[in-house]
Design a protein around this ligand. Structure first.
Ligand code: NAD
Length: 353
């Protein structure tokens, strides 16, 4: 007998039930290594816990600059699932943590406080992402990399530029995690219409901050209808949902638990794609040619090498086209800032921080 994790919708384990061993037979690979960088943090800890109970993962490496990271690993290792957990201290052991990783998830970095925008985090988190990416380029250049660190709009370009400089860029393997925007859109629209959130799917495209977040409410499944005022309100709520959490936590950080859920939902989709499952679709902010910008979030088909196909923007109505226009000008600045930072000489970068 083994324990099978039951995932309503796509991933979320609500129960562990005993099932016969034959349920695990099949030709798909089921023994992946995931490395979490920032594993001791507000997102990192619940994210690592949910990964520990994912049966496709056999090795879970958690890495952090926090001194107590070995303790987090010991704590997780007592959970009665077969995956082996190891803790690593960054930066000394970052290379060892990355060695052999199929997927790297990065929730390392500073979160927002009330009154801050995600762009305010740039000064601290830009350098952090660059140095971690340099190590990923050296130790795990073929891993799928899921970046949670904000500002996603700027740090994903930094990540790609860093991999490019190291000569190992594969744009199909680098993702900015925007899943929380999708999760929030599904939740809020289900709430507004009294629907079961498991059954609601709202595509969200663009970037991951304020007006760059573009929920395509007209393409919700099942079909829902709202008047113009309601659509405007829902759109703003989805765009500003992160601030709702930041304000409510009153200085104690930003979304951690819902982000851990969203991060694991995304990791699980990457794993399903890696294992050869067909038609695994998830949105993420990636290097892209679907707009005039070099980076954009759209629904992607995930496969054995990361992005198999970019599904593009699809049909937008008038309201959504206006949102797109507004998003593009802001995103352009965010992307340019990231590219510029990644290509600055080292001495100027120190001056900026
Ligand atoms: P946190 O401060 O609780 O945790 C961050 C962790 O990163 C800490 O444990 C810290 O020690 C660690 N860390 C810092 N530098 C590191 C390094 N160089 N190597 C390894 N570990 C390092 O913050 P949090 O609330 O978990 O948020 C983490 C990041 O995620 C923030 O930038 C936040 O803005 C972002 N975030 C993104 C989304 C999204 O939707 N993409 C949502 C919420 C938060």
């Amino acid at each position: 007998m083994h324990y099978k994790v039951i995932f309503p919708k796509v991933l979320f384990p609500v129960a562990l039930v005993r099932v016969p061993s034959r349920c695990f037979s099949g030709s798909r690979r089921n023994n992946y290594q995931v490395t979490v960088i920032g594993g001791a943090g507000g997102i990192g800890q619940p994210l690592s816990m949910l990964l520990k109970i994912n049966r496709m993962i056999t090795k879970l490496h958690i890495c952090d600059i926090a001194k107590f990271i070995p303790g987090v690993a010991v704590d997780l290792s007592h959970i009665e699932t077969p995956s082996v957990v190891k803790g690593f201290k960054s930066p000394e052991q970052l290379g060892d943590a990355l060695e052999g990783a199929d997927i790297v998830i990065m929730p390392a970095g500073v979160p927002r406080k009330p009154g801050m925008t995600r762009d305010d985090l740039f000064k601290i988190n830009a350098g952090l992402v660059k140095s971690i990416m340099e190590q990923i380029a050296a130790s795990a250049p073929k891993a799928l990399v899921a970046i949670i660190t904000n500002p996603v709009n700027s740090v994903v370009p930094i990540a790609c530029e860093t991999m490019k400089k190291a000569g190992v860029l594969d744009p199909n393997r680098i993702f900015g995690v925007t899943t929380l925007d999708t999760v929030r859109a599904n939740t809020f629209i289900a709430e507004a219409k009294g629907l079961n959130p498991y059954e609601v799917k709202v595509p969200v495209i663009g970037g991951h901050s304020g007006v760059t977040i573009i929920p395509l409410i007209s393409r919700t499944t099942p079909k829902v209808s709202f008047n113009e005022e309601e659509i405007k309100k829902l759109t703003v709520r989805i765009q500003e949902a992160g601030s709702e959490v930041v304000e409510a936590k009153a200085g104690a950080g930003s979304a951690t638990l819902s982000m851990a859920y969203a991060g694991v939902r995304f990791a699980n989709s990457l794993l399903r794609g890696l294992s050869g499952e067909k038609n695994v679709i998830e949105s993420a902010y990636v290097m892209s040619q679907v707009t005039s910008l070099p980076y954009f979030a759209t629904p992607l088909v995930l496969g054995k090498c990361g992005i198999e196909k970019n599904l593009g923007l699809g049909e937008l109505n008038c309201f959504e086209k206006n949102l797109l226009d507004k998003a593009i000008s802001v995103l352009k600045k965010n992307i340019d800032a990231g590219i510029e930072f990644a290509n600055l000489p080292e001495c100027k970068k120190e001056h900026m921080s």
